[in-house]
Design a protein. Structure first.
Length: 205
C-alpha cells in the first residue's frame, strides 16, 4: 500500500491518494479541491480509482469531488449514512460561503463497522460523530484516515451546528484509542501522528 498526501482546496485540506500493492487499484480521501497533478499521476500509472471517500460533509473536504468524478467516472462516492443531511444541504455543509452552493448524493452510504475492498486492502469504516454527526474514519492495515476527528495534539472543532465535544471525545476514546498504538494517523489537517503519541500527548481527550 502506498499513500500520497496533497493539500487541496482553499483551506489546504489533506487529500490522500492510496494505492493497493497487488493490483492497479486505489482510492481518494477528502478531495477538498481539484488537483490536475494528481489526476495526471493516477492516469500515468494506469490506476483504477475505486472510491472517493468523504470523512465528513464540510465543503473544504469535498470541493473537488465533481471534477475528480468526471476524470474517474467509474469511481463510487462514499460517505457515512449519518452525514446525508449535511451533504444535501449547502448551508449545513458551508458551501454557500465558498462561492456557490454544493450538494452531493453519494453512491454508497456506510455505517460503523462496514467494509469495502480495494485490491488486497480492506477498508473498515468507523463512525466518529462529534465534529459532524456523520464523521467517518477509515482504518486500513495499520493506517487510520481520521478526517477532522483527530489531529496531532488536537481535535476537530465542535462549535458548529450538529457538533458535540462530548460525542467527539467519546468516539476518540472508545473507537480510536482502542486501535493498536502503532497505528499511523493521517488527519484531515496538519501533520501525521500515531495513536500512541495521541493517547499520551493530546490535551483534548
Amino acid at each position: 500500500m502506498k499513500v500520497m498526501r496533497i493539500p487541496t482546496g482553499a483551506l489546504a485540506v489533506n487529500t490522500y491518494y492510496v494505492t493497493a500493492a497487488t493490483v492497479n487499484q486505489g482510492f481518494i480521501v477528502d478531495p477538498g479541491g481539484y488537483d490536475d497533478y494528481l489526476t495526471k499521476r493516477i492516469k500515468a500509472a494506469d490506476v483504477s480509482i475505486q472510491y472517493i471517500i468523504l470523512t465528513h460533509g464540510h465543503h473544504d473536504h469535498m470541493g473537488g469531488v465533481s471534477e475528480f468524478m468526471k476524470e474517474f467516472p467509474s469511481a463510487k462516492l462514499v460517505a457515512c449514512i449519518h452525514e446525508k443531511e449535511i451533504l444535501e444541504d449547502s448551508n449545513a455543509n458551508f458551501s454557500n460561503y465558498f462561492g456557490g452552493g454544493m450538494t452531493l448524493k453519494p453512491d454508497i452510504y456506510v455505517d460503523d463497522g462496514d467494509t469495502l475492498e480495494v485490491g488486497e486492502l480492506t477498508l473498515r469504516f468507523i463512525h466518529t460523530p462529534g465534529h459532524t454527526p456523520g464523521g467517518l474514519c477509515i482504518y486500513v492495515g495499520e493506517l487510520l484516515f481520521s478526517g477532522d476527528t483527530l489531529f496531532r495534539q488536537s481535535v476537530g472543532r465542535t462549535d458548529f451546528p450538529g457538533s458535540s465535544f462530548v460525542d467527539l471525545k467519546r468516539a476518540i476514546n472508545e473507537k480510536l484509542f482502542i486501535l493498536p498504538e502503532t497505528t499511523k494517523v493521517y488527519p484531515g489537517h496538519m501533520e501525521e501522528t500515531d495513536i500512541a503519541f495521541e493517547k499520551r500527548n493530546n490535551p483534548f481527550v
